[in-house]
Design a protein around this ligand. Sequence first.
Ligand SMILES: NC(=O)c1ccc[n+]([C@@H]2O[C@H](COP(=O)([O-])OP(=O)(O)OC[C@H]3O[C@@H](n4cnc5c(N)ncnc54)[C@H](OP(=O)(O)O)[C@@H]3O)[C@@H](O)[C@H]2O)c1
Length: 359
Amino acid sequence: MSSAEGWGPAILDWLLPDSWWLLLGLAMLLVVGAFVVAFVLLLYMISPLMSPKPLKLNGAHVVVTGGSSGIGKCIAMECYKQGAFITLVARDESKLVQAKKEVEKCAINDKQVVLCISVDVSKDYGQVESVIKQAQEKLGPVDMLVNCAGTSLSGKFEEMEVDCFKRLMEVNYLGSVYPTRAVVTTMKERRMGRIMFVSSQAGQIGLFGYTAYSPSKFALRGLAESLQMEMKPYNIYVTVAYPPDTDTPGFAEENKSKPLETRLISETSGVCQPEQVAKIVVKDAVQGNFNSSVGPDGYMLSALTCGMSPVTSITEGLQQILTMSLFRTIALFYLGSFDSIIRRCMIQREQSKGADKSE
Ligand SMILES: NC(=O)c1ccc[n+]([C@@H]2O[C@H](COP(=O)([O-])OP(=O)(O)OC[C@H]3O[C@@H](n4cnc5c(N)ncnc54)[C@H](OP(=O)(O)O)[C@@H]3O)[C@@H](O)[C@H]2O)c1
């Protein structure tokens, strides 16, 4: 017997059973893969059926705190364009009157009304409750509350006035708690409503210069998550909006005192227009989405920081599961670049101090 005759069948015997197992394994993998794909597609298809019913803004009463300027004013205009009745809340009466005129230009019918209320939302709950009551008497129960009144101060931790920490918690956090407390009882009775908290991307990540501002915006997330769990059985949906840097009077004011590091880090992403932000956050609140983010950076941050936050659609949950590790990898690069910006600023400062001394 030649060696070819002897080896050939032996090799075939050895290979064939293995190939069958291999083929069987591959076939099973394909079947499992097809099932997974079909399951995911099915979830995507039924996802809209499980989401909240969108709120109709036409004829709805929307209260916007911080509605006399910037993002809040644009949110009011966006809601007015969709037929809502608006109550604008802020402190400065002349700014309120000016904003009312601008919002009125967006009317789609002659029944629409814009009401102005001058109050400090951060000072006294009794006062906030009483003005909300007046607004409800004039324009009916509040269907949507937008907590947008807020302010930002940046600076190095040890250089900021100690009072700033208290002030920012009062305006940005308590200034959202009080109006919300004033509307939820009626919303629960009516078994409907939307509550929006305008946080910030600085309410998702702590950045250089924001030791006073970030915590006041992070706090809104804790409030919103707890509140959503209490309100969901009453068909009330809470939205937390995380706008990026947005071109507003408030942003221009903050820029005057921003540390160099904070400015350079901010410049790694662009500046949005308030109209664009308003369109997105209003759409999310109407749909009852818990998270509302703007732009690709915002989308990534929301997916990264979703933690145990509620989801209002399966699609959103699936996207978060699938993108988490990729986004964490990208985030590590961002963090590295922020650290290097801060190191460079420190070296430059030390070098210029050294040069000053040697002169
Ligand atoms: N612009 C951004 O880059 C950016 C980014 C992320 C998040 N945000 C957040 O978005 C919200 C709006 O910011 P913006 O840039 O549009 O600011 P803005 O142009 O300064 O407007 C702030 C509004 O809030 C009102 N307000 C401030 N303190 C108040 C108080 N104690 N009681 C009642 N009303 C008060 C202001 O009116 P009066 O001063 O007359 O009271 C004004 O109507 C803020 O919460 C801010 O933190 C802004």
